[in-house]
Design a protein around this ligand. Structure first.
Ligand code: NAI
Length: 326
């Protein structure tokens, strides 16, 4: 059997974690042989609620779950962590400006980056879920000086899954037959869900979706605004589907994936996206926590406009974050 994997989860008493923790404990994410230890981080006011979550995890009687630690100290939560899933973030409250929200989160991800850098495993793989996810990952990376930027990512798999599901729905095919979809850029309403090269059972879907103009009008905005649509209907933001996407993201990254998936990763100049931001790309997951950005995709004018808009948003978020750090 493999050595036990130490998995840290922040925001562990929140609604996404409530759907995520069972998937970690039951072997869905790391495989049916992989034993895990959970390190659950919360802020002090949520520790009582967290103790209830822990009781439920214990009552789940998961054979793969060796131990659970609850803490409000990042240095405890991240000690020897092999995987860190950063769900906790400061939520947007009524009347709050974008910059106020960013300011709260910059300080959370600075602290957590420093702690991860000091006590996590050198090979730790980190996914940031808490919003603004891409920029939080960028801040984290700046302060996690011992962690290679490529071991840090932000979640755009939910957007990717939404795009695959909408293609399948519109064409009346199974979602498993859909391939070649990807999300470029920010996990925000400027993201670019790209179906130009998407296929269903190997057949290109663009024409069946009505061509680029129709996609621009009726497909792209549905994906961009899907999170808001869920909030409007449910009164709460996506949690079940977010947890499922985190599970997919981690499983692809750690165990590998035959399909191309979307991850926000450290930009390296590919497709003209400058270093220093976390941008979602189509990636190939090679297993053991290795990935490569898919190269050689020809970018037409249609795609370039979208890719630039979401890049510009990320650059402006970066500038705001850097000025808050100064
Ligand atoms: P929630 O409010 O139910 O839970 C968040 C939890 O994080 C709370 O229990 C809170 O006490 C905790 N928390 C806050 N600051 C913390 C800190 N410094 N350290 C540890 N824990 C902390 O929120 P929910 O629905 O679980 O969402 C969590 C985040 O995920 C939000 O920022 C949300 O916007 C984001 N999100 C991102 C998605 C993506 O695709 N990237 C999709 C859906 C949500």
């Amino acid at each position: 059997p493999n050595e036990t994997l130490v998995v840290a989860v922040t925001g562990a008493a929140g609604q996404i974690s409530y759907s995520l923790l069972p998937l970690l404990a039951n072997g869905t994410v790391f495989g049916p042989q992989q034993r895990i230890q959970l390190r659950l981080l919360e802020i002090p006011p949520a520790l009582t609620a967290l103790s209830g979550v822990t009781m439920e995890l214990i009552d789940g009687a998961y054979p793969l779950l060796e131990s659970i630690i609850e803490t409000s100290d990042p240095m405890v939560a991240f000690r020897n962590a092999d995987v860190a899933i950063l769900v906790g973030a400061f939520p947007r409250k009524q009347g709050m400006e974008r910059k106020d929200l960013l300011s709260k989160n910059v300080s959370i991800f600075k602290t957590q980056g420093e702690a991860l850098s000091q006590v996590a495993s050198r090979d730790v793989r980190v996914v940031v879920v808490g919003n603004p996810a891409n920029t939080n990952a960028m801040v984290l990376s700046r302060f996690a000086v011992n962690i290679p930027p490529r071991n840090i990512s932000a979640l755009t798999r939910l957007d990717h899954n939404r795009a695959c599901a909408q293609v399948a729905h519109k064409l009346g095919v199974s979602v498993g037959s859909v391939d070649g979809v990807c999300i470029w850029g920010n996990h925000s309403s400027t993201q670019y869900p790209d179906v130009i090269r998407a296929t269903a059972d190997g057949v290109p879907v663009l024409a069946k979706l009505g061509g680029a103009e129709t996609v621009a009008e009726h497909f792209i905005p549905v994906i961009q605004k899907r999170g808001a649509a869920v909030i409007k209907a449910r009164g709460l933001s996506s949690a079940m589907s977010a947890a499922n996407a985190i599970a997919d993201h981690m499983r692809s990254w750690i165990c590998g994936d035959d399909k191309i998936v979307s991850m926000a990763v450290a930009a390296d100049g590919s497709y003209g996206i400058p270093e220093g931001i976390y941008y979602s790309f189509p990636v190939r997951c090679l297993g053991r926590g290795e990935y490569e950005i898919v190269q050689g995709i020809e970018i037409d004018e249609f795609s370039k406009r979208y890719m630039d808009a979401t890049k510009d948003e990320l650059l402006s978020e970066r500038d705001d974050a850097v000025s808050l750090l100064a």
